[in-house]
Design a binder for this molecule. Structure first.
Ligand code: NAD
Length: 340
């Protein structure tokens, strides 16, 4: 049995337990949270054998092969480094780190030690996203003319007030973009390649009294010659909707990351019959946790486990995540002089 441990027993942690428990030959043995009551409660709820508030105790356990790091953004690099130095493979929640230097150090450390380091980018594994990537490769949209990417989410004042890290530059490193908007930006990069930042603007449109970070951000990006507009907000009254619309000279597609089985729009000749078959063949049952986290933590965790066991290539490798940190830094940098 290969043993995994969870560090950080908050909102997203159930998706990690579920993903590793779904794998033959794997189990999750430890719940670690610096709040001992939370660690114990989580271990009891999910039937994990051991609970602790001390990361060192988990990392000292020779039975532990790998860990999930699912804490606030500011500590990702600290705990990931500790785990790599202890010889553990690491699946860390996004973002890899809050600065390029910290991210680079982690990537190099994992490479030097031959350890798997993956950063959660679960939507890259959504069957619909995989299909759209193939259609783009096959040129079914013709010349891509523009892409429109948006996230509308609702995050009430309590969501920030009840958290020790959200809504702060030190703890979260931004808000609407680096946290909720991360996924649609990551999928855009996955589909269209590297993005150049032309302009950005950010502000606090509704949560000015609550957070110090942005609740709304817009950016104009370029994927090669193709303009990409990005709009993200956590100040809307819609709980969650992430939409990508790609318009080409020979076709268009529109889909939402939060409805991973639905293609809202595909002009004739773009979507293929195999797409419907993939969707049907790929029903893994409802994921645990909050539904808009999507259906693909399990898929990414299976890819991570295969990388640990057989050296299989990762779809979401750490170098990809390092590129996301650079892009986020550039967008925030461009927005700094243009707050609304
Ligand atoms: N991929 C997704 O869809 C998705 C969804 C939600 C959250 N996330 C990411 O997951 C991470 C965690 O988010 P969350 O919503 O679960 O946060 P949360 O605030 O609900 O939970 C974080 C937990 O980490 C614990 N913690 C903090 N420092 C610790 C330490 N040094 N050692 C052990 N435990 C510690 C806290 O006590 C808390 O219980 C963030 O990076 C977030 O962006 C990803």
């Amino acid at each position: 049995m290969t043993i995994h441990a969870i560090i950080g027993c908050g909102r997203v942690a159930p998706n990690h337990v579920d993903g590793f428990r779904a794998l033959p030959g794997w189990d999750v043995a430890w719940a670690c949270d610096r709040d001992p009551g939370r660690a114990a409660g989580f271990a009891a709820e999910f039937g994990l054998g051991r609970a602790t508030a001390a990361v060192e105790e988990v990392l000292a356990d020779p039975a532990v092969t790998s860990v999930s790091v699912a804490v606030d953004h500011a500590q990702h690099h600290v705990l990931t480094e500790q785990a790599l130095l202890a010889g553990k493979h690491v699946l860390v929640e996004k973002p890899l780190a809050l600065s390029r230097q910290d991210g680079e150090r982690l990537v190099k450390l994992a490479e030097q030690r031959g350890l798997v380091l993956s950063v959660v980018s679960q939507h890259r594994y959504d069957p619909l996203v995989v299909s759209v990537a193939r259609w783009l490769r096959e040129g079914r949209l013709g010349t891509l003319l523009f892409a429109q990417v948006s996230l509308e989410a609702s995050r009430p004042a309590d969501y920030y007030a009840d958290s020790y890290w959200r809504g702060t530059w030190a703890g979260e490193g931004g808000s609407a973009l680096v946290n909720q908007g991360y996924h649609c930006l990551d999928v855009t990069r996955f589909l269209l390649g590297e993005l150049e930042v032309k302009a950005a603007i950010a502000g606090r449109r509704r949560l000015a009294d609550v957070i110090e970070t942005e609740d709304t951000l817009s950016a104009l990006l370029l994927a090669g010659p193709t303009p990409v507009t990005l709009n993200v907000t956590v100040a809307s009254d819609t709980l969650w909707r992430t939409r990508l619309e790609l318009t080409g000279s020979e076709g268009a597609v529109c889909f939402d990351l939060d409805h991973p089985s639905t293609l809202h729009r595909a002009t004739e000749g773009v979507a293929s019959a195999e797409h419907a078959e993939e969707q049907t063949a790929d029903q893994t049952g409802p994921a645990p946790g909050i539904d808009y986290y999507g259906i693909s933590h399990r898929r990414q965790i299976a890819n991570f486990a295969a990388a640990v066991e057989t050296g299989a290539p990762l779809v979401a490798d750490a170098r990809t995540a390092l590129g996301m940190i650079e892009l986020l830094e550039q967008i925030y940098g461009a927005a700094e002089s243009a707050r609304t």
